[in-house]
Design a protein around this ligand. Structure first.
Ligand SMILES: C[S@@+](CC[C@H](N)C(=O)[O-])C[C@H]1O[C@@H](n2cnc3c(N)ncnc32)[C@H](O)[C@@H]1O
Length: 355
């Protein structure tokens, strides 16, 4: 598949579509290139070329994948983890997150890098197989700025109980103490009185294994994100949050509102991984909470996910910050899109925001 101008090689398939691994890798490489992560794209291209040619990775990767499983992120994270653990020194020397520089595509050095990428993955096939099984743990705190922006505009005046599904290590449950775009926030943030999330595979950000796992999902040339994660891990050590091991559907079904507080249910970059049945459970439980909301115990649903609006989903800023809130008022539940941007939260811009 030719690499040209950063437009997608195909429309974005839907989450449930089964696509060839080769197409999934090509799509991810284009997305990385468009998000200004050329080394990540270089790695994915090296893997794709090897698989297409029936090389050593062809037998390690499935022939087809569910598109929403984002196989490219899993492969890239495996390589990054090997480099972070100093198990593939030649590759590590080429990764910007480790202070390296990748050789130019098409040069002899570039071909050697592509060969090293493939060999590193093929000789660590056990880790590759394990990481292909795991849902990416990209706990991206660039998204915290979006949650802060939404919190600043909920306007109930009540303290917030923050709840998150697919929270990974729970870093964004500390959104109020992570950096935000304060120029766009409307008034002081509400006090967050407790922070509880769920994940199928929670990560403990206070252990070295947890920190390496989270770091491995940063795209290999995104030094700013790598540093941002380091800062957020330091915040996580001083601001506690709870992430229970639980399915998103069960978690929201067990959620109740509480008097004199605003309960905020938040999720980001996780909807794509949910099977249709789980999505339906979350939506039904959200409707139940909306029906129980009153001025005394309001409820808000805030998300940063791939847009489901035709046109925006294929645009250069395909993620949307969508807010709905309920407090026993006639216009409750109105969908408000506050911002759009790239998946990791940078760049993003406000949309139709009324001060
Ligand atoms: C790409 S990460 C995003 C993490 C976090 N929301 C963020 O924006 O930084 C997706 C997370 O969703 C979790 N996940 C996937 N399916 C889930 C489910 N059915 N229930 C709970 N968590 C789930 C994964 O384990 C993973 O931690």
């Amino acid at each position: 598949m030719p690499e040209t101008d950063g437009t997608l090689p195909m429309g974005r398939p839907s989450d449930e579509d089964v696509v060839t691994t080769v197409d999934a890798l090509a799509w991810q490489a284009h997305y990385c290139r468009r998000a200004r992560s050329p080394v990540a794209a270089q790695i994915l291209d090296a893997v794709r070329v090897d698989v297409e040619a029936g090389g050593s990775l062809a037998g390690e990767l499935p022939a087809t994948v569910r598109f929403g499983d984002l196989v490219g992120l899993r492969v890239m994270a495996t390589l990054h983890r090997l480099a972070l653990e100093r198990r593939v020194p030649r590759v590590a020397l080429c990764l910007p997150t480790l202070g390296g520089t990748a050789p130019t595509v098409g040069t002899v050095a570039g071909q050697r890098f592509a060969g090293d990428v493939v060999e590193s993955l093929a000789t660590h096939e056990g880790l590759l197989a394990a990481m292909l099984e795991w849902t990416p743990q990209t706990n991206e705190t660039g998204r915290a700025a979006l949650l802060r922006f939404a919190l600043s505009r909920l306007g109930s005046g009540l303290p917030v109980r923050l709840r998150e599904i697919g929270a990974s290590a729970g870093l964004n449950l500390r959104a109020d103490v992570l950096p935000g775009r304060t120029d766009l926030e409307f008034g002081p943030l509400p006090a967050v009185v407790d922070r509880i999330g769920c994940d199928l595979h929670p990560v403990d950000p206070t252990t070295s294994q947890g920190r390496i796992l989270l770091s491995s999902y940063i795209w290999v040339d995104d030094v700013a994100r790598f540093n941002r994660l380091g800062d957020a891990l330091a915040v996580a050590r001083r601001v506690p949050a709870t992430v229970v091991q639980q399915d998103a559907g069960e978690f929201v079904e067990a959620l109740n509102l509480r008097a004199s507080t605003l309960t905020v249910l938040w999720h980001s970059a996780m909807w794509v991984y949910l099977p249709s049945e789980t999505k339906a459970r979350v939506l039904a439980a959200t409707r139940r909470l909306a029906a129980e909301a009153t001025a005394e115990q309001p409820f808000a649903h805030v998300s940063w996910e791939w847009s489901d609006v035709e046109g925006r989903a294929q645009s250069a800023m395909p993620f949307e910050l969508v807010v709905r809130s309920w407090a026993g008022h006639p216009d409750d539940g109105r969908r408000r899109t506050l911002a759009c941007g790239m998946s990791h939260g940078e760049p993003w811009k406000p949309v139709d925001v009324v001060p």
